[in-house]
Design a protein around this ligand. Structure first.
Ligand code: GLC
Length: 465
């Protein structure tokens, strides 16, 4: 009896305590430090994996893969994901395409495995593009994969899980300022400033409040991406961008790009479809590029870049200190076009042999020699030769440190190549190379040289190629 009374006493005391002090709150998710107030060391730590990674897969996927570049039997010019605007398709009519968006052949594990096989270290997929369609389960709209399509499964969550299984980082692209399906979202001014359908009428600020802000919160809390890839900054004043920027705090370590607007620079510059002549001083940057002429799938766009061009782009970009985000545009069935798969596997074969000359390297201390590009690591230079010298001699001028050994990266035995320096020009090294280039696309020669590969910027030239 006595023990029963003391148990009751303790219990009522506990209830009293809860009433007075309130129930212990669920642990608040760790709030990320605002990148604007980070120290350089904190920023370097947050960016480290990204700077090491160098190569990622961009995926543009959505309802626009159904018309696939054709509307009313007419081929619509321009990039595929813009077909709704390019053809001024009315909202109701465009929404009907979603009934045919049923990616039964979608295999997120195969996509992630392909990215990995290509040598890519991260994936960035369109969670919502300008057409406003959410590929994830969104509670704030019925214009998403759950409510508007026969497929009814979260496409983004599935790919995030598959990517993580492959040890890849995962990112979400989100079109915050252009939304051609939610009222007020189409005010971007790309057309005559206000949309082309009465259903576009509405306040842009209301669109941000009701759709963009809650959806970004959904993406950050449910998908927990490592990267948030904003796109396009139109109409984004500092006041409009601030609540979106504030959401970054929900995702410690998150990396964002420079396309939020409102003077938020984010972490990375994003040159598009181009490779800058020289990198960006003191800024991380990433060139995003299509493999043909469209981001979103167009059934008849067969203007594919060659594998050689893609590998040389990668070497070029990395030699200037950048990352390469290479795009695929899957079909509405959920397949990555065969031409993309073939090229990614070929790039992957090259990366298997030459990845050391890409991952974790820094920009060339030599600028770019005429015959190729150069990447660096402490004590090592990687000479990426595009045009193999016909006379078997490769020259590098401006070397301040001594080359202790040179060898072909593709040579498993790392047999030493003969290196000579002319007494008259001690900073010019000449490397004797085999007549046949080890690789038809890019052949890498490794130069081991003193602790830090010092270079005096000077034009390097190849002997007689
Ligand atoms: C441009 C295109 C957009 C695409 C983006 C990728 O902004 O308009 O459709 O998603 O580039 O960088």
């Amino acid at each position: 009896m006595k023990t029963q009374r003391s148990i009751m006493a303790i219990l009522s005391l506990a209830v009293l305590l809860v009433l007075v002090c309130g129930a212990p709150r669920a642990a608040e998710p760790a709030k990320a430090k605002d990148p604007l107030t980070e120290t350089k060391a904190e920023r370097d730590a947050r960016m480290a994996w990204w700077r090491e990674a160098k190569f990622g897969m961009f995926i543009h996927w959505g309802v626009y893969a159904v018309p696939a570049g054709t509307y009313k039997d007419k081929r619509i010019d321009g990039i595929g994901e813009w077909i709704m605007l390019s053809a001024k398709i009315p909202v109701t009519e465009y929404k009907a395409f979603a009934k045919k968006f049923n990616p039964v052949k979608y295999d997120p594990d195969a996509w992630a495995a392909l990215a990995k096989e290509a040598g890519m270290k991260y994936i960035v997929i369109t969670s919502k593009h300008h057409d406003g369609f959410a590929l994830f389960d969104s509670a704030v709209t019925d214009w998403d994969v759950m409510d508007a399509t026969p497929y009814k499964k979260d496409l983004i969550a599935a790919l995030a899980a598959a990517a993580r299984k492959q040890g890849l980082k995962f990112g979400c692209y989100y079109s915050q300022a252009q939304d051609w399906n939610h009222p007020g979202g189409a005010k971007s001014g790309y057309d005559d400033g206000g949309g082309w359908d009465d259903l576009h009428k509405g306040s842009f600020d209301a669109y941000l409040k009701k759709i963009a802000i809650p959806q970004v919160r959904e993406v950050l809390t449910k998908i927990q991406p490592d990267i948030l890839w904003w796109d396009t900054p139109h109409l984004m004043t500092p006041e409009r961008a601030a609540p979106l920027h504030a959401l970054i705090a929900l995702r410690p370590g998150l990396i964002t790009n420079n396309r939020l607007g409102g003077r938020y620079r984010g972490d990375t510059e994003t040159p598009e479809q181009e490779i800058p002549d020289t990198g960006f001083k003191d800024r991380d940057w990433e060139t995003c590029m299509t493999m043909n002429d469209t981001w979103g799938y167009k059934s008849y766009d067969q203007n594919w870049k060659s594998t050689q061009e893609l590998i040389r782009n990668l070497a070029d970009i990395v030699s200037k200190g950048g990352n390469y985000l290479l795009n695929v545009g899957p079909t509405s069935e959920g397949l990555i076009p065969e031409e993309s798969v073939k090229r990614l596997k070929e790039v992957g074969a090259w990366m298997k042999v030459n990845g050391e000359a890409i991952y974790g390297t820094t920009a060339s201390p030599f600028g770019k020699p005429a015959y190729g590009r150069i990447t660096a690591k402490p004590g090592k230079l990687y000479v990426h030769v595009f045009d193999w010298p016909k006379d078997g001699k490769l020259e590098l001028t401006g070397m301040e440190s001594k080359v202790t050994k040179a060898y072909l990266l593709a040579d498993p035995e790392k047999k030493a190549l003969t290196v000579t320096t002319a007494a008259a020009a001690p900073q010019t090294v000449q490397i004797a190379v085999p007549a046949q280039a080890p690789d038809p696309n890019v052949s890498v020669i490794v130069l081991e040289c003193g602790p830090a590969a010092q270079a005096r910027p000077a034009a390097a030239r190849s002997g007689g190629s």
